[in-house]
Write a protein that binds this ligand. Structure first.
Ligand SMILES: C[S@@+](CC[C@H](N)C(=O)[O-])C[C@H]1O[C@@H](n2cnc3c(N)ncnc32)[C@H](O)[C@@H]1O
Length: 176
């Protein structure tokens, strides 16, 4: 259905191709913005969702010298994107986030969460789980980027940087 936008102009439905394009554009723009934001802050970086390793590769390329911890239930990425074993939390995110909070709680200056899927019910459950567990990892002033629209009362939602369209990504800062 074609709905009017706020100016009364017909607004075209986004196709799946456009949604993917906007998500990748937004990831790139938000991560690039976040690199500048954390440049002067010590701390670790967490990547939730190794997937094929695309955003992990971007993180490690742009943040040399940072300890980057990666979370996934499996390793199914490009061969050259496998994280070092001592930086990988392999298993169900509900369990590995608890383990990480015990070892690294309050130390993450940047968390990129890319845990969405095509299943709306799964996304709702994941959104709730991440909202409960992620804040324990974050250092004061930390940046959290998420593909899912997390609702975390202790975090401030931030506007997206230039280059990220609509609500294709979600940015938060923990009060410092
Ligand atoms: C969208 S992909 C990540 C894409 C990746 N950031 C990239 O750029 O290639 C989401 C990943 O989350 C992982 N995942 C989904 N649910 C999970 C869970 N409950 N526990 C651990 N990992 C999970 C999947 O295995 C998948 O690799």
């Amino acid at each position: 259905m074609v709905k009017p936008d706020t100016l009364g102009m017909p607004m075209k439905r986004l196709t799946r191709l456009e949604k993917l394009l906007f998500r990748l554009e937004a990831q790139h723009a938000c991560l690039g913005w976040a690199f500048g934001e954390i440049a002067a802050s010590p701390g670790i970086v967490c990547e939730l969702g190794l997937g094929h390793g695309r955003t992990y590769d971007f993180l490690r390329e742009n943040l040399p010298g940072r300890d980057i911890y990666v979370f996934d239930r499996e390793i199914d990425c490009f061969e050259d994107c496998v994280p070092p074993a001592d930086r990988m939390f392999l298993g169900e995110i509900a369990e590995t986030l608890d383990e990480a909070a015990g070892r690294l709680g309050g130390q993450a200056v940047l968390v990129h969460s890319d845990m969405g899927s095509y299943d709306a019910d799964r996304n709702a459950a994941m959104t709730a789980l991440l909202g409960r567990k992620l804040p324990d990892l974050l250092a004061p002033g930390a940046i959290l980027l998420s593909d899912l629209p997390l609702r975390v009362p202790s975090l401030t939602a931030l506007p997206l940087p230039a280059g990220a369209r609509g609500d294709s990504y979600h940015l938060f800062r923990k009060q410092g």
